[in-house]
Design a protein around this ligand. Structure first.
Ligand SMILES: O=C(O)CCC(=O)C(=O)O
Ligand SMILES: [Fe+2]
Length: 184
């Protein structure tokens, strides 16, 4: 079973680059008004009204992602992202199954993982089909087409993930999700 439009590229970032990115994230200021700590750049997404908001501007895209933006574009993955959400997951924290805002964001969503590995579950709302992808640090998860618009993605709020070798404890995971904000 595969999810059409879902692509996972392991080790997209070398380990040293992944560590540098996480260190840079940790020098920036976290928003802790949600259960999960987040940072928004470029445009702020409002979780209450569920839209990209202009009333509370976000800081510009940080210079520490310039190299990532350049690569996402030069490798042909997407138009230059102008929005970034950093999500922090402590062990036991997750994100409920959802489709990223359809009209507010563009056709490609790209997420880079740092810190701990964890499983992301994709579910098809019509058929109930499910696929789990293990996201390792440095991995790039690209959602387009059905994976972006039809399937839901989420992370179970638990402290361990299953593997062939038994359950693996989660550590702190920080993801950087890059999007384009659709015009209008
Ligand atoms: O943590 C991730 O990799 C994904 C986050 C996510 O789905 C989102 O911010 O919409
Ligand atoms: Fe998402």
């Amino acid at each position: 079973m595969t999810v059409p439009g879902l692509r996972y590229i392991p080790d997209w970032l070398p380990a040293a680059e992944t560590a540098r990115l996480l260190a840079a994230v940790d020098t920036a200021e976290w928003d802790d008004t949600l259960r999960r700590r987040v940072q928004h750049y470029g445009h702020r997404y409002d979780y209450g009204s569920r839209r990209v908001t202009t009333t509370r501007p976000a800081p510009p895209m940080p210079e520490w992602v310039t190299g990532v933006l350049d690569r996402l574009v030069s490798e042909g993955h997407m138009a230059r992202p102008d929005q970034l959400i950093v999500n922090e997951y402590a062990p036991g924290q997750g994100i409920s199954a959802h489709v990223d805002h359809v009209s507010g964001f563009g056709p490609v969503v790209a997420s880079i993982s740092t810190g701990s590995r964890c499983d992301m579950d994709f579910t098809h709302p019509g058929t109930g089909a499910k696929q789990t992808v293990t996201l390792d640090p440095g991995g790039l998860c690209l959602m387009t087409g059905e994976a972006r618009y039809t399937w839901r993605h989420g992370i179970a709020a638990r402290r361990t993930d299953p593997s062939r070798h038994g359950r693996i404890p989660r550590g702190r995971r920080v993801s950087l999700t890059f999007r384009t904000v659709a015009a209008g």
